[in-house]
Every structure is written in structure tokens, then in C-alpha cells.
Design a protein around this ligand. Structure first.
Ligand code: FAD
Length: 406
């Protein structure tokens, strides 16, 4: 365990939030101790959509270029009826996204994003990564924080300037932060599988899935999203349905009856999908109340899902984690010597932005899962809108630069 600690930032958790925070703080001249509970990085989850508000920051951290060869820049987002498979709405991505929002919209496998982040962390001499040890507690004092870490041989203490809780939706550090609530099950379950692209673009599925597009099929109280990952060799499928609470793991192989039931009245190729392809896993969607405290002014900040885990209807949870990490690092650099001011500013600037994104996700859920007259009105409105009009609704979200606000 390294000595000293006056310039060291300790980060608990090496998910998207913690890895980005380590890189962002090192970029601002801090030494970083990154502590991860798992003893190795495994193949995690499924695909991830990275909108321009996130990719512009990954680019500045030197991560985007290493991710791009394994990722895909989709040509558009297309909304389709799950019953007729007919288009309902569309807006362009690809070059149009870069022209409009100054950064690409990218889709990737999570393991490829993780590899690109971890490689950048391992290259950085100012970051020390410790695996297989977990943060247990934190004590505050005049020089910063003393963090208790569960090591194989017992508990050790690490001293630093501050602790960042990037320990995910089931955050231990949120639990010890005063004024926070436990995470809550949202009532929805995400189902995922990844399938060879050929399997889904030929035979019974010919014409259903597009290898260049993010497609969302909208049904009653459920939707299915498909998009390419792994340089286009694989199609990632994610469905969200109503469901019950399951264990806390991506690797939850479960009875797919609820998925089959949710798709039962959909167009025949989609209705057949759960039993025809892949090995589906399930992920119960938990949220963290964003109104809880995200900071302790003496030196603790929660970022990413630890602060504000949200449902994935806006595909923005990781993007918000990246924005949090980037802004927090800049503020800690600007307010050097006044940690409470930096932390207050972080919370003040991030709260409205994160709340707007959560509100957008709630709206998307209402619109995407609608049925009857509401779904009919939705389709009518979306079909009447220009592609430019639909894209302009997202300027506030995708055009945002977390490094340009103060
Ligand atoms: C179905 C689904 C689809 C999604 N799609 C998108 C999308 O398209 N785009 C997008 O932007 N977001 C998406 N999200 C959201 C995104 O996945 C999350 O917001 C993001 O991964 C959160 O990252 P994190 O680093 O905060 O948490 P995590 O990824 O959970 O990382 C937390 C890390 O902390 C470690 N840890 C936990 N406790 C300790 C401890 N005590 N000490 C040390 N380490 C610890 C854990 O092992 C883990 O590695 C989606 C989410 C779901 C469920």
C-alpha cells in the first residue's frame, strides 16, 4: 500500500464511473488509488450505447480511439412497431451526429469499453489499480480521509485527499452517507443476449434486424432494442419487460416465460425470438433515489450508479457516470485547497442535469410502452415529424459538454 496521501484520490469501484474518474483525476495532476472488489475484469453484461455527450469526454481521455475499432458507429436510431414492424420514427446518427453534436454516437460491447478504459488506466503511471480488495469504510480528518480496505490478510488503511464512491447501484458508500435511501427495484427487468449477426439477418429473421442501425421495437409494456457490436459481427439484443426481482447479477440465467409472454402478440419473427435465438440472461432494474446526498463535504463524493442509478430508457446511465467523473475531476483541480467548495459545486451542477435525464427516461418509458389510443397518437405524431425535428429534441442531451460548464 503506498505511503502519504495529501495528493491522492481514492476511488472505490472500477466500473465505467471509477475507471473514468481515475483517468480524469490523473489528467488533472492527481495521484489515484483505484480499488476494485473483483479480482479480475470479466466479460461484463452486454452492449452499451455511448452518445456524443459521453464520447467527447472519452476522446479527451484518450479512450475513444482505442474503442472505435471494436465498436460500431450506427447510421441511425429507428423506432418500429413491435406488432407490424413498420417504422414509426427515425433520426440519423453517423456523420450527422458528428456534425450536429461534435462527437460520434457509438455502440459497443461492454467488455470492449472496459478493455479500452482499463488499458488507458494501466498505461497511466499516476494510477495504481488494486484488484480483489474492497472499500469498507471511511473516516474524515483535517488532512482528508482514511479509508478502510478489506485485504486478503485483514483490514488496511489508505490515506488520501478524498474518496470517490463509484461502487455501483448497490453502493456500500451510499449506505454510509447520511441522508440517502437504499436502492429500489423498479418493477422492470432487462433481458439480453448477443447473437452472431448472420443468424439474425437471414432465414426467418431476414429483413427484421438491421446491422447498421439502433432499432427499438415498441410494444405494450415492453420493448426490444437491437444494435451491432464487435465491429458489426454480433447483434446485441436488449428487451425490457415488467418483472419481478431476481438476483443481482448479469449472469442470471432464468426461465424466459415472462419474455415469451411479453412478446406473444408481437410480429411472428419477434414473438419467436426468445425461444429461437441465444441464451437470454436477466437483469432486475434497480434505481437509487437521486435526491439523496451525493457528497460529504469533508471528502466523499458518489458518482455514477452509486449516486443516481436510473432505468435504461434514455440509455444514459454510463454517460452520466462519465460526465460526473469528468466534471468532478475538473472542479477538484480548480478549487484546489477548498475541497468542500469543489464538492458542493459538483452536486449543484450535476443534480439538475441528472434529473432532466431521469425525467427523459420516464417519458421514454411512457411513450415506448404505450398501448391503445396513446400508442396510436404516438405513432401519428412521430410519423409527422421531420428527422431534424426529432434530432433537435436531443440537442440538450447529446450536445452537452460536461467540461464547458461552470
Ligand atoms: C439493461 C441496461 C442497459 C443499459 N444501457 C445503457 C446504455 O446504452 N448507455 C448508457 O450510458 N448506460 C446504460 N446503462 C446504464 C449503465 O450500465 C450504468 O449506469 C453504468 O454501467 C454504471 O457504472 P458504475 O461504474 O457507476 O457502476 P458499476 O458498473 O456497477 O461498477 C461498480 C464497480 O464497483 C465495484 N465495487 C462495488 N463495491 C465495491 C467496494 N466496496 N469496493 C471496491 N469496489 C467495489 C464493483 O465490483 C463494480 O466493478 C444500462 C443499464 C442496464 C441495466
Amino acid at each position: 500500500m503506498p505511503e502519504g496521501g495529501t495528493r491522492r484520490i481514492i476511488v472505490a469501484g472500477a466500473g465505467v464511473a471509477g475507471l473514468t474518474a481515475a483517468l480524469a483525476f490523473a489528467r488533472q495532476g492527481f495521484a489515484v488509488q483505484l480499488i476494485e472488489r473483483m479480482d479480475r475484469f470479466g466479460e461484463v453484461g452486454a452492449g452499451i450505447q455511448l452518445s456524443p455527450n459521453a464520447t467527447r469526454l472519452l476522446d479527451r481521455l484518450g479512450v475513444l480511439n482505442s474503442l472505435l475499432p471494436a465498436a460500431v458507429v450506427p447510421d441511425s436510431i429507428s423506432l418500429r412497431s413491435a406488432y407490424t414492424m413498420k417504422p414509426v420514427g427515425r433520426f440519423p446518427l453517423g456523420k450527422d451526429a458528428v456534425a450536429r453534436w461534435n462527437a460520434p454516437y457509438v455502440v459497443a460491447h461492454r467488455a470492449d469499453l472496459q478493455s479500452a478504459l482499463v488499458a488507458a488506466v494501466r498505461r497511466n503511471v499516476d494510477i495504481q489499480l488494486m484488484m480483489g480488495v474492497s472499500v469498507r469504510d471511511v473516516a474524515f480528518h483535517s488532512e482528508g480521509v482514511t479509508v478502510s480496505v478489506d485485504m486478503p490478510g485483514g483490514i488496511e488503511e489508505v490515506k488520501g485527499l478524498m474518496l470517490i464512491g463509484a461502487d455501483g447501484v448497490w453502493s456500500r458508500l451510499r449506505k454510509i452517507m447520511p441522508g440517502t435511501q437504499p436502492e429500489r427495484f423498479s418493477g422492470s427487468v432487462a433481458w439480453r443476449t448477443a447473437v452472431r449477426a448472420e443468424t439474425l439477418t437471414t432465414g426467418p429473421f431476414a429483413g427484421v434486424f438491421d446491422r447498421a442501425t439502433v432499432t427499438a421495437f415498441l410494444g405494450k409494456q415492453a420493448h426490444l432494442v437491437s444494435y451491432p457490436v464487435r465491429s458489426g459481427a454480433t447483434l446485441n439484443l436488449v428487451a425490457v419487460t415488467q418483472g419481478s426481482q431476481l438476483a443481482q447479477s448479469w449472469a442470471n440465467e432464468v426461465d424466459i416465460t415472462p419474455l415469451q409472454t411479453a412478446f406473444a402478440n408481437w410480429a411472428p419473427p419477434l414473438a419467436a425470438l426468445p425461444r429461437e435465438v441465444g441464451k437470454w440472461t436477466a437483469w432486475p432494474l434497480f434505481t437509487a433515489d437521486p435526491k439523496g446526498n451525493w457528497i460529504h463535504p469533508q471528502g466523499l463524493a458518489l458518482i455514477g450508479d452509486a449516486a443516481h442509478a436510473m432505468t435504461p430508457y434514455a440509455a444514459q446511465g454510463a454517460a452520466m457516470a462519465i460526465e460526473d467523473a469528468f466534471l468532478l475531476a475538473r472542479l477538484c483541480s480548480e478549487f484546489r485547497g477548498d475541497m468542500p467548495a469543489a464538492l458542493h459545486r459538483y452536486e449543484t451542477l450535476r443534480r439538475p442535469r441528472v434529473q432532466d435525464v431521469i425525467t427523459r427516461g420516464t417519458f421514454n418509458k411512457f411513450v415506448w410502452h404505450a398501448s391503445g389510443p396513446i400508442a396510436w397518437a404516438r405513432d401519428l405524431i412521430l410519423r409527422s415529424r421531420s428527422e431534424d425535428g426529432v434530432a433537435s429534441d436531443l440537442d440538450w442531451l447529446y450536445g452537452f459538454d460536461a467540461d464547458a460548464i461552470d
